[in-house]
Design a protein. Structure first.
Lengths: 330, 323
């Protein structure tokens, strides 16, 4: 009985693949959770966009702890899902292991680099996007002091901070930038209370624009800024709508594009492995402007930031990448 | 920035950070003094934060949120009581189990109801406890020393902060000046004697746990709709355990509990401030040192370096009337 059931199941599985001649994409989120209004939600948006366009269903998984990532990726790969996309640097070592075990499956990792023949690594030039919002922060600040609050203290987050500092100094050479990290463990992405308290601390020292690159902890920063009539800058997804009139802008990281392209390229049989670095030029990172923050961005600011964007694309402005030498120019 | 301004800013932050600890530690005080160890404080904080955020979001009324937070927290307390008083189960196991239930249940329910990845939606402004500006705060601001202290530390907190500090003398009064308090402490030291006097140990301990739930409900509510504006998964971030450490550090006495919580809150605020700054002569100090200090202090205390921390004698032992 069990055997017939299994073979039936196998038959069913085969027939669906045969009928659709389609791919079975899978997506593994970071530990922040699918609807974090930020990084993971952007990945979700990309997958949904692909689903809507192609009608292809995908499977996704939300690991709740750092140990579940490898299991989730292996699970998808062993059940024949292809491509398997994992967003978050936290799955780097998991990806290295699993991708080597399944050489015929295509893998994509976002925010990290895995050097294998079947893995596409999508990284972003966060320093460029952060530079742009830093420039806006520097121009919007009345006190000449701005703040940065990162989630977990890792080189990737320092890269955000470093770009931001350079942008703020480009706007005002004597701008002072306070930098804080919420913590050193994964819990740092989910601690809005500490995020808010750090923001308050920076405001007490005079900061009036604060950039949060801290996952869900960032919501605490945005909230505190709104409560104290100061400005904040969102990250990853467009967070301008969270507190209209208080969120100056958002450093949008197009994680959705990475996911969408991974699915689409596999479907069109155009999948390529290797490193893809998306910057301002590729529209991988950008500053967000919409109805919620239109009144906060003056014409001058808009002009300046558009010029900076053009300069970065043209190569006349080079934003230093923290991760290239693990230091930030003072 | 002047040193004094920095001090005032850190002090204000310390108050805000110590309030959830204070409520939770006082909550633990009642149950432990009655002889019930409660590791589940963390879980109670979480469920009450969740309930408060849900109700405050739906009704835009912080008081209803508080009521919901307290209610759910008391229910959790009673479950703990049912397991460890009525069924004489291991109190530690029951408490730990409830912590896991709280961490899982809140996320699952939040996901099912709101679909935002284990979070509740943002609570609107009128659904939160807003800061209260005490009379004369603005006028006092320019008075040296006292002015900034009054305006930035004493004034400008939300109502729950003031309630927390009121709870300290109230707890002292209940524990040391009422018949209920005397019997409660006796149940934690020598339940046999209480029973001999014809008083039900079971009912007494249940009532202690209800008080525990009541106070822990305030802590969770404070986290969700006073300090922040939504429930976020696992937002208590270990505060229940720090509160337990504060309780031990204060040797199970209400007024020292307040000072212990303020000290731990101050260390936390100081750690936040010290990030990335260097101290004269020493250089940059890793913030983890300050964050670990509450635990180190508790260990030092337990090792007997700062007097003796003697827990209630019958703590952790289920009372068996007769075999």
């Amino acid at each position: 009985m069990k055997k017939t059931f299994l073979s039936l199941l196998a038959l069913a599985a085969m027939s669906t693949t045969a009928l659709a001649a389609d791919i079975k994409p899978a997506l593994v989120y970071g530990t922040g959770g699918k609807f974090d209004k930020s990084f993971n939600e952007a990945a979700y948006a990309g997958a949904e966009a692909f689903k809507k366009e192609s009608g292809t269903e995908y499977r996704d998984f939300e690991p709740t702890s750092d140990t579940q990532g490898e299991q989730a990726i292996r699970n998808f790969a062993s059940r024949g899902f292809n491509p398997v996309v994992a967003v978050s640097f936290a799955w780097t070592s998991a990806m290295e292991k699993v991708a080597a075990e399944y050489p015929d499956t295509k893998f994509v990792i976002v925010d990290s680099v895995v050097d294998l023949k079947n893995v596409r690594s999508v990284v972003y030039k966060e320093e460029e996007g952060s530079y742009l919002v830093g420039l806006l922060a520097g121009m919007a600040s009345k006190t000449g002091k701005v703040g940065f609050i990162g989630g977990m203290d890792i080189p990737l987050i320092r890269k955000f901070g470093c770009g931001y500092v350079q942008g703020a100094k480009a706007a005002k050479a004597d701008a002072q930038v306070f930098q804080n990290m919420v913590g050193t463990t994964g819990a740092a992405w989910n601690d809005p209370v500490r995020g808010g308290e750090l923001a308050k601390n920076q405001m007490d020292q005079g900061a009036d624009v604060i950039y949060a690159a801290a996952g869900a902890s960032g919501l605490g920063v945005l909230q505190t800024a709104a409560d104290n009539k100061k400005m904040s800058i969102g990250v990853d997804s467009n967070q301008n709508y969270v507190h209209p009139g208080s969120v100056l802008t958002s450093m949008v990281k197009r994680v959705d594009l990475a996911v969408y392209n991974a699915f689409k390229d596999t479907k069109d049989d155009k999948f390529t492995a290797g490193i893809t670095a998306l910057g301002v030029k590729e529209d991988g990172v950008a500053y967000a402007i919409d109805d919620n923050n239109k009144s906060l961005i003056t014409e001058d600011m808009k002009k300046a930031v558009e010029k900076a964007k053009a300069d970065i694309i043209a190569g006349t402005v080079k934003v230093h990448d923290y991760m290239s030498d693990n230091s930030c120019p003072k | 920035m002047e040193y004094f301004d920095i001090f005032v800013s850190i002090l204000g932050s310390a108050i805000r950070l110590s309030i959830p600890l204070l409520f939770t530690a006082l909550a633990g005080l009642f149950s432990e003094r009655a002889g019930i160890f409660d590791i589940g404080l963390e879980g109670k904080m979480l469920v009450s934060a969740f309930a408060a955020a849900c109700v405050a979001y739906l009704t835009a009324n912080p008081w209803l949120g508080l009521l919901a937070g307290i209610g759910v927290s008391i229910v959790f307390s009673l479950v703990h009581g049912f397991a460890s008083i009525t069924n004489r189960g291991n109190q530690i196991v029951s408490g730990v189990a409830l912590n896991f239930v709280a961490a899982g249940l809140t996320v699952v329910l939040a996901q099912a109801w709101f679909g935002q990845g284990g979070r509740t939606p943002q609570v609107p402004g009128e659904g939160r406890f807003a800061p209260i500006i005490l009379p004369g705060a603005d006028a006092m601001r320019d008075v040296p020393v006292i002015g900034p202290l009054y305006a930035n530390v004493i004034s400008g907190n939300n109502i729950l902060t003031y309630i927390a500090f009121l709870m300290v003398p109230l707890s002292w009064w209940v524990l040391y000046r009422t018949r209920f308090g005397l019997r409660l402490r006796a149940a934690g030291e020598n339940p046999g004697a209480v029973d001999t006097a014809g008083i039900s140990v079971t009912w007494l301990r249940y009532r202690a746990l209800i008080v525990t739930g009541f106070l822990a409900g305030f802590a969770g509510t404070y986290l969700a709709i006073a300090q922040s504006a939504a429930f976020i998964n696992n937002m208590s971030a270990g505060k229940g355990y720090i509160a337990l450490a504060a309780l031990i550090f204060a040797k199970w006495k209400p007024v020292p509990v307040m000072f212990a919580c303020l000290l731990f809150g101050f260390l936390d605020a100081f750690a936040n401030f010290m990030q990335g700054k260097s101290l004269p002569w020493i250089g940059e100090v890793p913030v983890q040192i300050f964050q670990a200090l509450p635990y180190i202090l508790t260990c030092v205390l337990l090792a007997g370096f700062i007097g003796v921390a003697r827990p209630p004698k019958a703590g952790g032992v289920p009372y068996t009337k007769e075999r």
